[in-house]
Write a protein that binds this ligand. Structure first.
Ligand code: G3I
Length: 461
């Protein structure tokens, strides 16, 4: 599942280029802004988060709730933008072993099967954690707690052996604050300090190819808690306890902002000889400030060669565990937020934003193919105003030789002498408020040529 890229990052397998080009060809999204028009076939490979991250040797993942996989908009964005998936809840202990000895993988399988069907890699979250433990785990003897801990690791890792690239073997074992102590849990209280080490040894034996991670929050900067984790990892590496990676959850808000020494902290862990991963990224806020914080996180990961991937903790604000803080990259209607554009740009991607950043032009246009039959296809062009209201717009749509536009709707077309270039203007007035959009459509008789039309830039005169 993991291959080594030329510059040392571990690179999870991503969907094949062929599949991406096919998808791009069918969906056929082109865009052009009022300043710098883009046209041509949609074969560029850095227009989504996953593509842009892959070009840097990283995976770009998200937490997925199994019960959202029946929502088509959710799935469309998931499939388009992400190439790695983490179960938000359905792989946790209470979900897969709600009663002692009874393992149930139905919900977890839904996420695994979806990810595999899309060629996405999987992070495993999580095996041993004090939270979301079923009640029966609280009432065991020390010996039974230890037996069940190892049994759970063996059974769950065995179930998905070879399918999960990285496992959060142990999650959140340290206390907040300055003590540097391990937190109380059935494992800590009954087994003692050795439980973490034992979990990692058991995990290595259960799936020798999976990366074994320690995962925590409030360890993103250099502080007492991250120092305690650092000391543990250093000790494990010195004594040969198997550990391959450290996950930095990276849940940020104004009270807990992206630390100034974030990259430095990632780097010091990497220097111990482990990979680092951003595992549950979300940043409360909105607009430019939120975008800037996301950009800083991406740049920090890119600055550390052993930072192998980034996962955000959910697809859309509306299903976030803290939805009131609107911490994710897509709003509740699956619109890309400024934070999305900032992440894509930081990853070196281009052209992904449907919402043009302020000042990039009076209007922008995107194209998609909406239907296809044996002899023809329908296209739709969406015209979106930039940061100011506009009262008119105009866009050229050029079809290939042999193709012919046979019908149009929601616009007022004129043609050049070749008949290949259609200039579309609005029906009636062209008023659009800042950021607002409208669409027109047309049918192209293919005559055997299924190329997408090329779009000129959007003009307002
Ligand atoms: O599914 C039940 C539903 O049947 C019931 O009616 C409802 C009533 O409260 O609860 C539902 O379960 C909730 C579950 O999410 C699924 O939505 C739980 O109450 C709720 O506690 C649980 O919250 C999850 C939380 O972990 C639990 O600690 C969040 O979704 C999940 O995002 C969050 O994820 C954690 C990571 O695993 C570890 N790091 C921190 C991160 C954020 O807290």
């Amino acid at each position: 599942m993991i291959s080594q890229s030329s510059h040392g990052r571990k690179r999870p397998r991503t969907r094949s280029f062929t599949r991406r080009v096919l998808t791009a060809g069918l969906v056929g999204v082109l865009s052009a802004t009022g300043l710098a028009g883009m046209s041509g076939s949609a074969t560029a490979s850095n227009h989504t988060l996953a593509e842009a991250a892959a070009s840097k040797g990283l995976y770009f993942g998200t937490a997925v709730a199994h019960n959202r996989l029946s929502e088509s908009d959710y799935v469309a964005v998931l499939n388009r933008e992400f190439n790695s998936v983490t179960h938000e809840n359905s792989l946790k202990w209470e979900s897969v072993q709600p009663s002692r000895g009874n393992f149930t993988f139905t919900n977890a399988d839904r996420v695994v099967n979806h990810a595999r069907s899309q060629g996405m890699s999987l992070r495993g979250h999580t095996l041993v954690w004090h939270s979301q433990l079923p009640g029966w785990m609280n009432n065991l003897s020390a010996a039974d707690t230890r037996t069940e801990m190892n049994n759970h690791i063996n059974r769950v890792m065995g179930q998905y052996r070879g399918q999960i690239h990285s496992w959060d073997v142990v999650n959140e074992a340290f206390q907040d604050g300055n003590s540097g102590a391990r937190r109380s849990s059935p494992f800590q209280d009954k087994i003692g300090n050795s439980w973490i080490e034992e979990s990692f040894r058991t995990a290595r034996a259960a799936d020798g190819n999976a990366k074994l991670c320690y995962n925590d929050y409030n360890t993103d900067g250099i502080n007492a808690k991250s120092n305690a984790v650092y000391d543990m990892v250093r000790d494990f590496k010195a004594r040969g306890v198997p550990i391959d990676c450290v996950g930095f959850q990276s849940h940020f808000n104004p009270q807990s902002p992206v630390p100034g020494n974030y990259q430095q902290n990632l780097q010091r862990f990497a220097d111990l000889g482990v990979d680092v991963q951003i595992t549950e990224l979300d940043i409360e806020g909105s607009g430019a400030a939120q975008a800037d914080n996301y950009r800083r996180v991406i740049e920090a990961c890119l600055g550390v060669s052993r930072c192998t991937g980034i996962s955000v903790w959910g697809v859309t604000d509306k299903y976030s565990w803290r939805s009131g803080g609107t911490p994710l990259l897509f709003d509740g209607n699956y619109n890309k937020k400024p934070a999305y554009d900032a992440v894509l740009q930081a990853l070196g991607g281009s052209g992904g934003g449907t919402n043009p950043p302020p000042g990039t032009g009076a209007c922008s246009v995107t194209y998609e193919q909406t239907d296809r039959w044996g002899d023809r296809f329908n296209g739709r062009v969406t015209v979106r105003a930039g940061s100011s209201a506009i009262s008119s717009w105009r866009v050229n749509v050029t079809v290939s030789n042999g193709q012919r536009i046979s019908a149009t709707w929601n616009g007022s077309p004129t043609w050049d002498s070749s008949g290949n270039v259609m200039t579309m203007r609005p029906n009636g007035n062209g008023n659009l408020s800042a950021g607002a959009s409208t669409s027109f459509g047309f049918t192209v008789m293919a005559n055997g040529n299924w190329s997408a039309p090329s779009l000129g830039s959007c003009s307002v005169n």
